[in-house]
Design a protein around this ligand. Structure first.
Ligand SMILES: NC(=O)c1ccc[n+]([C@@H]2O[C@H](COP(=O)([O-])OP(=O)(O)OC[C@H]3O[C@@H](n4cnc5c(N)ncnc54)[C@H](OP(=O)(O)O)[C@@H]3O)[C@@H](O)[C@H]2O)c1
Length: 253
């Protein structure tokens, strides 16, 4: 009777272990690839938008970050995001962005770019409306074909507690009006796109330490955005068309 040399037995054993490891890990790898989302964040060069780009990328998702001046968006580029030009007040920029992204799936549109001013005059009212209301709505329309390629398209309109009509305390009039109008745009999009499976929400990101929120704000962008990632990834259809705070509590209109 002949016995197999030890080295042959070892080789067979190691092949078996390798096959077993591949059987266990390969399906998980393809699952991870399946779960990779494409997130488009506007105004991603600084503030909350930049923090979103960092955290979605760190969580393994693909980020498309827009900026008015992409050539200056160094921190955004460093996150590994694809950086594209967008001034949300420019129809030409919106059309060019849609053209560049034609045929590409977008899972989450994060309408984050925003603008605040303290003055109350025709110009300040129009500028707030243009950036905070018209821009996000028209961008959602332009990117709808991309969102329709997603298994679960989501539109997150970054609003503000100041956009809550029932809670208003009479400050930042132009800004507050434009965010209340964005909330209506959210309801409109929900009513129109909800039938096609979209989830559309308005989000109050809380008062954060950014150029807009100021140094005295109570929240750090990294903490606020961390909660928002959890909220967005876990959104259910019945949450669509509503106004949410970062911790998942509902904000009154
Ligand atoms: N921070 C807060 O406490 C707070 C509270 C409630 C709601 N929010 C909302 O959260 C969002 C992000 O705020 P933030 O604090 O990060 O503000 P931020 O630091 O002032 O950053 C604003 C971002 O919006 C971009 N932006 C402004 N005008 C634009 C335009 N015409 N086209 C495209 N992008 C434009 C800016 O780009 P540039 O660098 O080119 O100017 C920048 O990337 C905003 O919608 C804001 O209203 C913030």
């Amino acid at each position: 009777m002949t016995t197999k040399p030890k080295s042959t037995t070892l080789a067979v054993l190691s092949r078996l272990v390798l096959a077993l490891a591949l059987a266990v890990f390969l399906p998980n790898c393809s699952k991870a690839e399946d779960e990779k989302l494409t997130v488009l964040v506007t105004g991603a060069n600084r503030g909350l938008g930049l923090e979103h780009a960092k955290q979605w990328a760190a969580a393994g998702h693909k980020v498309i970050g827009t900026a008015r001046k992409p050539e200056e968006a160094k921190e955004l580029k460093a996150t590994g995001a694809t950086v594209l030009k967008l001034d949300i007040t420019s129809d030409a920029d919106i059309a060019n962005l849609a053209k560049t992204l034609k045929g590409q799936k977008i899972d989450i549109l994060l309408n984050n770019a925003g603008y605040m001013n303290r003055e109350l005059n025709r110009e300040s009212l129009q500028r707030c409306f243009d950036i905070n209301t018209a821009g996000p709505l028209l961008l959602a329309e332009a990117l709808k074909p991309n969102l329709k390629l997603s298994k679960q398209p989501k539109i997150v309109n970054v609003s503000s507690g100041l956009g809550s009509i029932s809670r208003t305390n009479g400050i930042y009039t132009a800004y507050s009006i434009s965010k209340a109008a964005l909330n209506m745009a959210t309801r409109q999009l929900h009513a129109q796109y909800g039938k096609e499976g979209f989830i559309v929400i308005a989000l109050n990101p809380g008062h954060n330490k950014t150029d807009m929120g100021g140094d005295g704000a109570p929240l750090e962008p990294k903490d606020s955005v961390k909660q928002v990632l959890k909220l967005i990834t876990g959104l259910k259809k019945e949450q669509s068309g509503r106004f949410w705070y970062i911790d998942g509590t509902e904000v009154p209109w």
